[in-house]
Design a protein around this ligand. Structure first.
Ligand SMILES: Nc1ncnc2c1ncn2[C@@H]1O[C@H](COP(=O)(O)OP(=O)(O)OP(=O)(O)O)[C@@H](O)[C@H]1O
Length: 269
């Protein structure tokens, strides 16, 4: 049987329609509609337990919804082989960071991404794999750490190595779950700048970044979603969504949001 031609918009990278995720009698996500286009760069914010990581797992094809539909890169979850889909999606997350074998070299952590494994897998990689891994590590400023064991790297160095790994397959969609968690001020600023540069590349992947802190939103982000209790408080263009009112509703306290040169800060009123 010939497969039906896809009628999906080729520029739509993520499409969630009426999505719910239910576990143990509670709604982790409910009634979620969300569309991400290829040229969009999203920041997702919300308090602990809001459902941010669950949302990212759906977007990474690591989880199926309980209700509604999830379309990723023109393919519907449940009808597509997720192992074919995943190499098209770059993911850097704390859970991934914790699963990297500490003895692997930083270079192998990056290079093996193309094969969907962590650490060394094949005896021989193509020369193009080696070149791409080195190029990305140089771009992230960690090429000098290529031979170092992952377990000996600092948190900031690990985040950069994982970012290089996430880009190794030249993904159409890049998902970052709290990339700046645990970084000192300087390392955070370096990473925010790096992600902002990636976001500014018109040929770069659609990007979705989960963060706890408004200070970590890269200046080149175009869109934002604020979540609370598995539901959307506000979503859309960054400037429309990032208001004191929306942020206060999201964190259930009176907050004042200010911005300067497209960087945000928030205080309790
Ligand atoms: N398998 C499960 N069964 C029951 N509840 C779950 C399950 N997995 C996650 N949850 C709950 O779902 C909610 C959303 O979790 P999720 O990890 O998506 O939140 P989050 O916004 O990423 O939180 P954080 O900011 O703390 O990382 C949390 O309250 C969590 O305890």
């Amino acid at each position: 049987m010939t497969p039906e031609p896809s009628t999906a918009d080729p520029d739509t990278v993520i499409r969630l329609d009426g999505v719910g995720v239910r576990r143990g009698g509670s709604d982790l996500l409910a009634d979620l509609d969300w569309t991400v286009e290829l040229d969009e760069r999203w920041a997702i914010l919300g308090p602990n337990g809001a459902g941010k990581t669950t949302l990212l797992k759906l977007a990474a094809a690591e989880m199926h919804p309980t209700s509604g539909t999830v379309d990723l890169l023109g393919e519907r979850l449940g009808r597509v082989d997720v192992f074919e889909l995943r190499p098209r999606i770059g993911l850097a997350s704390a859970s991934l960071a914790g699963r990297v074998p500490p003895d692997e070299t930083a270079f192998d952590v990056v290079r093996s991404a193309g094969y969907g494994v962590l650490g060394t897998w094949r005896e021989r990689y193509d020369e193009t794999d080696d070149q791409r891994a080195s190029g990305l590590m140089a771009m992230m400023g960690v090429v000098d750490l290529s031979g170092r064991r992952y377990g000996t790297l600092s948190t900031g160095e690990r985040q950069r190595v994982l970012l290089a790994r996430a880009l190794m397959t030249d993904p159409e969609l890049l998902l970052l779950d709290e990339p700046a968690a645990g970084l000192d001020l300087g390392a955070r600023e370096d990473l925010v700048e790096l992600i902002s540069e990636l976001a500014a590349d018109p040929d770069g992947p659609a990007t979705v970044m989960v963060t706890h802190h408004v200070e970590e939103i890269p200046p080149n982000c175009s869109h934002a979603m604020l979540m609370r209790g598995g539901r959307v408080v506000a979503q859309g263009l960054l400037d429309d969504v990032m208001t004191s009112e929306n942020l206060s509703a999201t964190f259930d306290q009176p907050l004042e949001l200010t911005s300067r040169r497209r960087r945000f800060t928030a205080f309790r009123r």
